[in-house]
Ligand binder design. Structure first.
Ligand SMILES: [Cu+2]
Length: 207
């Protein structure tokens, strides 16, 4: 590595450690209007301080895999960074035919069988609705994120975003059943230099 690159790398490491020392965590609890937890909601944050955009080196800590087994897609909602390659392994004895008409990624994986694998690159941010031509009940979503600050709620309705810079951030909560334009609700959050901010977001979801 040439010296200039080395110098830049150490500067970057220093800058990153400075950011890490001044970072807050955001815990969002998503509920329905009756207060019950809502799972599979995707929470994103875009701090006004910047630095949130994904790039070609962005790697989330989970697998980019949409498995088909027991005639369902698993997970129901898969979050990946823009540009990610997602595998679609078929673990069923029957064949599936995966497709999407979503503007963020229109594609089709023609009939393929047990233990076969297919790959699709999701190159544009947005929500991609998946279906299967053979099994109408198979529905799932690939959430293609343009921000590194993203998390999905579990059965408890909780998502935690770690290491957000201090200051204002635009937060969005998306879930396929939210009754709102784009199936999302947005809010503004002000983050301190350190500590955990906890907020509950109630959304109107279809049963
Ligand atoms: Cu199928």
């Amino acid at each position: 590595m040439p010296p200039a690159r080395l110098c830049l790398a150490s500067l970057l490491a220093f800058a990153l450690s400075a950011v890490a020392a001044q970072a807050a965590d955001l815990q969002i609890t998503v509920t329905n209007m009756a207060g019950a937890p809502v799972r599979d909601a995707v929470v994103t944050a875009k701090p006004s301080a910047g630095g949130w955009a994904v790039n070609s080196r962005t790697k989330f800590s989970w697998n980019y895999e949409m498995v088909q087994h027991n005639i369902i897609f698993d997970p129901h909602v898969l979050v990946v960074p823009t540009g990610a390659e997602v595998t679609f392994p078929n673990r069923d004895k029957v064949r599936h035919h995966v497709y999407s008409f979503s503007p963020a990624k229109t594609f089709e994986i023609k009939l393929y069988g047990r233990e076969e694998n297919r790959k699709v690159v999701f190159d544009k941010p947005g929500v991609v609705s998946l279906g299967c031509n053979i099994h109408d009940g198979m529905i799932a979503y690939v959430f293609v994120s343009d921000t590194v600050h993203v998390a999905k709620t579990g059965a408890d309705g909780v998502a935690v975003l770690r290491g957000l810079p201090a200051g204002a951030a635009r937060v969005a909560v998306w879930q396929p059943k939210i009754r709102a334009p784009g199936a999302q609700k947005t809010l503004s959050v002000t983050l301190p230099a350190q500590g955990m901010v906890r907020q509950t977001v109630a959304v109107n979801v279809r049963p």
